[in-house]
Ligand binder design. Structure first.
Ligand code: SAM
Length: 663
């Protein structure tokens, strides 16, 4: 027999515990009863997924969460006498038998009743009695009951069952004539002839067939005979669709993302540039994509030359002689933080382990801000391989020299001076480098690719800074188009089957056509361009949070501060996720069409960058978006914390000295 005890524990902790089942006795019972013994042969490995499974007679074994939820509603206690209507596989009865004194269970299909009886015997569960018959009439000889649980939905609560409750006894039953949706009802007997009723929301069950249920021929047509929770409010719908996530270090955390592993590009967002959970989640997912699914590219929202230094480190290529220390420019904490450092360290170890038998994974920057670093890198490369070409390049880049340290002032100057010359010079240099790449195909591989990419970057950056002067969408579009094209170049360079994990802010990776950016400002972004280029081979995964702390500055170039993130606004997507009541989850937006429809309606979404201004949060950080169109999936961490920066005064414990960020 398979040993599934670990999976069982995980099911209880994640699917039940984190979704709000609190009753210790029920949780302990579900930790004890082997659900795999109640599924049909061949289904054992699925026994601990939180879903219903088919059994004989066209029936189902209920979803574990629903079983736990109903038993919690029924408030079963040690010492109780309990009746169940709808034995099915026998699983729910077995769970109850671990809590209460005695369980009576009735099943209308003799074959199911018989199999269940044998299961109880094999497991040595001696306090369960099974009967074949119509459960809507109850089990009068054994009444009164402390609790009655009905696992099929009827037109109402059968009178016979209500009368067989002890005073104080609880009857839990799904009722309603809509085959798609019924209400979960709890009837409590408050006196000899008095009852109170509570409604616990929408559910979907197979029909209760019997004298006080549906008649066989008049039973409502069931679209799907699956007892599935079908809640009403949007947060409830989110909670039902949410897949709770484990801790980052548990392999099960990243396993949840395996569904995206066949994509060419998996884009992983973040709702701020200074939140630890977003880094750790992306690191865990990316580790799995690399180790298990053949991804060899990690492309991040960082400057190319800086990431190139990390790439050399993780691939054991030694530092480039003239290169400056990476990530010295504002905002340093975006990459000089302990979470990024830990991931880089893992990447190095992984590459070292696999280098003899499989391609190493590379670390690449998509962004354009470090023009100075790129110029230095091009010159450094040419100095080594072709001093004459280096001399020409130096001359061409000379026109940018005055602006290298403060390129944002270039725009104003470019208006008055003959900037066209400069533009022409950097383009010419770029063309030269690309021609060199063609001529030297196969030689000098990584170094030449790096230098050519730097030349491309300089050309993009020159235009970027020039257009910045005019404001508007042009410079944003230039930057994101450059980032997207860089991704394409990296994919090309790594071969036809290369697959990439991209880490960038939600504003870059959520499809811009479905946010204010695209709708009102005509801005494009990497996510949109990836969808247009790769179609379904791109997965766009957004991240979000309700509250906590974040590392951010108040102004551009300002000091990093640890700021409190205000609880999300009531009219935001974030608040819907918060109200779903699950700490951390994955919401696959492609799974439930009704939920997808609801999450397509436009709402506010929060965007925190390197700057956070809580005082003007609405205007500074919220924008209109259509979540379900913007992303393929959304990852939620209800409370998050700021990253821990590396650097003077920020000793990073456990970070090796060899690490290129080391200070
Ligand atoms: N509790 C079960 C488990 O854990 O596997 C799942 C039960 S399944 C969702 C519902 C069961 O109710 C079916 O096996 C169906 O045959 C049975 N059922 C429907 N009407 C019934 C009735 N009037 N009396 C007894 N069983 C009935």
């Amino acid at each position: 027999m398979l040993d599934l005890s670990r999976e069982r524990r995980r099911m209880v902790d994640v699917h039940l515990g984190r979704r709000g089942i609190r009753d210790r006795e029920i949780l302990a019972a579900m930790r004890e009863v082997p659900r795999e013994a109640f599924v049909d042969p061949g289904y054992e490995e699925f026994a601990y997924e939180d879903g219903p499974l088919p059994i004989a007679e066209g029936q189902t074994i209920s979803q574990p969460y629903i079983v736990a939820f109903m038993l919690e509603m029924a408030q079963i206690r040690p010492g109780d006498q309990v009746l169940e209507v709808g034995t099915g596989s026998g699983y729910a009865a077995a769970v109850m038998s671990r809590v209460v004194d005695h369980v009576y269970t009735i099943e209308r299909h003799a074959a199911l009743a018989e199999v269940a009886r044998r299961r109880f015997q094999n497991l040595g569960y001696g306090n369960i009695e099974v009967r074949t018959g119509d459960g809507t009439r109850g089990w009068p000889e054994a009444a009164p009951f402390d609790a009655i649980v009905v696992a099929a939905s009827g037109p109402g609560a059968p009178l016979a069952l209500q009368q067989q409750l002890d005073v104080g006894g609880r009857l839990v039953i799904p009722v309603g004539d809509d085959p798609d949706e019924q209400r979960l009802l709890k009837v409590t007997r408050t006196g000899a002839s008095t009852y109170s009723e509570e409604d616990f929301g929408g559910v979907r069950f197979v029909p209760l067939i019997g004298e006080q249920g549906w008649r066989e021929e008049s039973r409502p047509r069931i679209a799907r005979t699956i007892p599935l929770a079908r809640p009403h409010s949007l947060p409830e719908m989110i909670a039902a669709a949410a897949e709770p996530l484990l801790d980052f270090d548990d392999p099960g955390f990243a396993e949840a993302f395996d569904r995206f592993a066949d994509r060419r590009v998996v884009l992983l967002g973040e709702a701020s540039h200074g939140t630890s959970e977003f880094y750790r989640a992306r690191a865990a997912i990316t580790r799995r994509l690399i180790e298990r699914h053949g991804f060899t590219i990690v492309a991040v929202e960082a400057d190319w030359p800086d990431a190139a230094a990390i790439d050399r480190y993780v691939r054991g290529r030694g530092a480039s002689p003239g290169a400056a220390r990476p990530f010295q420019r504002f905002p340093t904490w975006m990459w000089r933080n302990t979470d990024a450092a830990a991931f880089v360290e893992w990447l190095r170890e992984h590459n070292d382990r696999v280098k003899a038998f499989q391609p190493q994974a590379g670390f690449y920057g998509l962004d354009i801000y470090n023009m100075r670093g790129s110029i230095a890198a091009v010159l450094d490369y040419l100095d080594r391989v072709d001093p004459e070409a280096a001399r020409v390049a130096r001359e061409r880049y000379g026109c940018l020299t005055p602006w290298q340290t403060e390129p944002s002032t270039y725009a104003r100057a470019a208006l008055t001076k003959g900037y066209r010359e400069c533009e022409e010079a950097v383009l010419e240099q770029c063309r030269d480098m690309l021609a060199r790449q063609l001529d030297h195909a196969g030689q000098d591989g990584e170094d030449l690719f790096d230098a050519a990419q730097n030349a491309r970057l300089i050309a993009s950056a020159e235009r970027y800074y020039r257009t910045m002067y005019y404001g508007g969408s042009q410079s944003w579009n230039l930057r994101d188009t450059h980032m997207f094209e860089t991704l394409e170049h990296i994919l090309d360079a790594r071969g036809p089957n290369a697959k990439a994990a991209v880490w960038a802010h939600n504003s870059h990776i959520g499809d811009a056509r479905y946010t204010e950016m695209g709708i009102s400002r005509e801005e494009v972004n990497i996510g949109q361009l990836c969808r247009q280029r790769f179609g379904d081979a791109a997965a766009l995964i957004g991240f979000g949070t309700h509250a906590g702390t974040v590392a951010a500055a108040t102004d551009w170039d300002g000091e990093m501060e640890i700021k409190s993130v205000r609880p999300s606004r009531e009219d935001s997507y974030e608040r819907l996720c918060h109200d779903a009541g699950i700490d951390r989850f994955l919401l696959d937006l492609g799974r439930d069409p009704k939920l997808r429809d609801r999450l397509t309606e436009r709402r506010l979404e929060r965007f925190i960058g390197v700057i956070y201004r809580p005082e003007t949060e609405l205007h500074s950080h919220y924008a209109d978006a259509s979540l379900a169109r913007q992303f393929d999936a959304f990852v939620w961490f209800d409370e998050t914390s700021a990253v821990t920066p590396l650097g003077p005064g920020h000793a990073a414990e456990g970070v090796p000295e060899t690490y290129p960020f080391g200070v």
